[in-house]
Structures are given as structure tokens and as C-alpha cells.
Design a binder for this molecule. Structure first.
Ligand code: DGL
Length: 279
């Protein structure tokens, strides 16, 4: 291939979309951050609303659903796959990396990197049961600790009720505050930073902060993942050239509910949502 052909190929690659998937609406917190940091990028979003929640399902089920979601997105000729769901990132990432030739970015590594950077001594991780049980944050932080010669201690807590609370829009009421206290009061005065290891938790920042103490720094995976996506695209010379990226939404069930809930997560209204069946 001649030089001009090669650069034309590269240009067309740059304008390919980024694929993002999640178990449902939660991954829109990641989309929101990607749109802020990479406004020129086009996105194809898939929310597996027929199978949500993933966080209380088995490893086998999460792996299978994640694989189906990725296969669907790859058909759009995406240049990067972002696994916005913490539970999928915890359990399915190596499998996805093995199966597809495009770069695959999960939310765990960028979040853990940032956490170790800002944490002084003790870090908390809150996430779904699937993510906590996988031990992925503990392992990743241990690995970074070793590399950086640090000795940060990790405390974990699963908070499954936070997902329905966020979807219900109960972000600050008394019941939500009580639930947050019940889950998190043991972390109060113990940790200096806290990883919000689930797509839904950024919406509950206020009550989480109240429960763990206002000095604790909250680290959310959306922003760190978007920054990591920018680095990957930059490194590979794949940053989009277009003026403004576009977005298309697909779900596996209940597009109307996705539209309604999605607004809170994306912080703006959602246009057309197509419902598709995945096998
Ligand atoms: N997206 C999931 C996660 O980040 C939360 C919702 C679910 O359990 O499916 O782990």
C-alpha cells in the first residue's frame, strides 16, 4: 500500500465509532464522561436491559452476556471497545481481549491506577457482589502497589441495593441515607479514599459521602476510563477528526424505560433507542 493510501485508511479508521456496552443504563455515566473528554468521537452504545442486573449473576452468565454484547458492537466496525460495566470488566475482560483484535478497555484498571495515585494509606472499594467477589480491585491494587512500592490497604463492601436506588431516583432521601449508613459506616474514619466501583454509584455521591465522611475522596470510574480511552486512541493515532461525534443507542429490552432512566445517567435526553435481540 502506498503512503497516500495508508494515510487514507488511517483517516477512515479515525472516524470509526467507539463501542460501549453495559448491563443497562449505568454505562451512560461512562458515555457522559467520554463525550466530555472526547467530544469528536462517535459512540455506539448497547445496554443489555433484558439481562440487567449483572452484579448479582454468576461469572458464567456475565461472561456469556458480555461476549454477546461485544459481538454485536464489533459488527459496527468500532475502533475501540469500552466495557463500561464494572461487573463485566471484572469477569469478562480477558476473554474479550482474547476474542477481538481491536483494543478493549475495561473500567477497573484506570480506576485502580488513579486510586493508588491519590490514596494515602487506606482505600475502600464499593461495588456489586460480582465485582467484589471476583477480587479484581484487590488484585489490581496489589499489583500497582508492588510496582510503585506502596502499601495501600484495601477494604471492600458490596452494595447491591444502590443499583435500584439510583434507578428509582432515590438519590438523597432518608431511606437511601439509612441504607448507605448500614453498608458504609464501618468505613468511616478508616479510609482516606473510596472507589465507586459500579456504574450507578456516581449518582449517589452525596449520600455515600455523608456515610463515609466528607474528607474521604471519591473516585469514580467514568472519568478515569474516558481519560484512558483518550490515551489509547492518541497512542494509536485514532482520535476522531470530525467536528462533533454522534451517538446511537441499542438495548435488548424496554427501550422506553431506558430512555426515561437514561436521562439521569447521561444528564441529557436520549433520542432514538433501538431494541434488538441478541443470540
Ligand atoms: N453496570 C453494573 C456494574 O457496574 C451495575 C448494574 C448491574 O448490576 O448490572 O457493575
Amino acid at each position: 500500500m502506498g503512503g497516500r493510501d495508508r494515510s487514507r485508511t488511517r483517516t477512515s479508521m479515525r472516524d470509526k465509532p467507539i463501542g460501549v456496552f453495559d448491563s443497562g443504563v449505568g454505562g451512560l455515566t461512562v458515555v457522559c464522561a467520554v463525550q466530555k473528554i472526547l467530544p469528536r468521537e462517535s459512540i455506539i452504545y448497547f445496554g443489555d436491559t433484558a439481562h440487567v442486573p449483572y452484579g448479582t449473576k454468576s461469572k458464567q452468565a456475565i461472561k456469556k452476556f458480555s461476549l454477546h454484547n461485544a459481538r454485536f458492537l464489533v459488527k459496527f466496525n468500532i475502533k475501540l471497545l469500552i466495557v463500561a460495566c464494572n461487573s463485566s470488566s471484572a469477569l469478562a475482560l480477558p476473554e474479550l481481549e482474547k476474542r477481538f483484535s481491536i483494543p478493549v478497555l475495561g473500567v477497573i484498571e484506570p480506576t485502580a491506577e488513579k486510586a493508588v495515585k491519590i490514596c494515602k494509606k487506606k482505600i475502600g472499594v464499593i461495588a456489586t457482589p460480582a465485582t467484589i467477589e471476583s477480587g479484581i480491585y484487590q488484585r489490581t491494587i496489589r499489583k500497582i502497589n508492588k510496582r510503585q512500592n506502596k502499601s495501600i490497604k484495601v477494604f471492600t463492601q458490596e452494595c447491591p441495593l444502590f443499583v435500584p436506588l439510583a434507578e428509582e431516583g432515590w438519590l438523597e432521601n432518608k431511606i437511601s441515607e439509612q441504607i448507605a449508613r448500614r453498608y458504609l459506616s464501618f468505613l468511616r474514619d478508616k479510609i482516606d479514599s473510596l472507589i465507586l466501583g459500579c456504574t450507578h454509584y456516581p449518582l449517589l455521591k452525596k449520600i455515600i459521602k455523608k456515610a463515609v465522611g466528607k474528607r474521604v475522596i471519591l473516585i469514580d470510574s467514568a472519568t478515569e476510563t474516558a481519560k484512558a480511552a483518550r490515551e489509547i486512541l492518541k497512542e494509536r493515532n485514532l482520535l476522531a477528526l470530525s467536528k462533533k461525534g454522534r451517538i446511537r443507542f441499542y438495548v435488548s429490552d424496554s427501550p422506553q424505560r431506558f430512555k426515561k432512566l437514561g436521562k439521569k445517567f447521561l444528564k441529557k435526553s436520549i433520542g432514538r433507542v433501538e431494541c434488538i435481540k441478541l443470540e
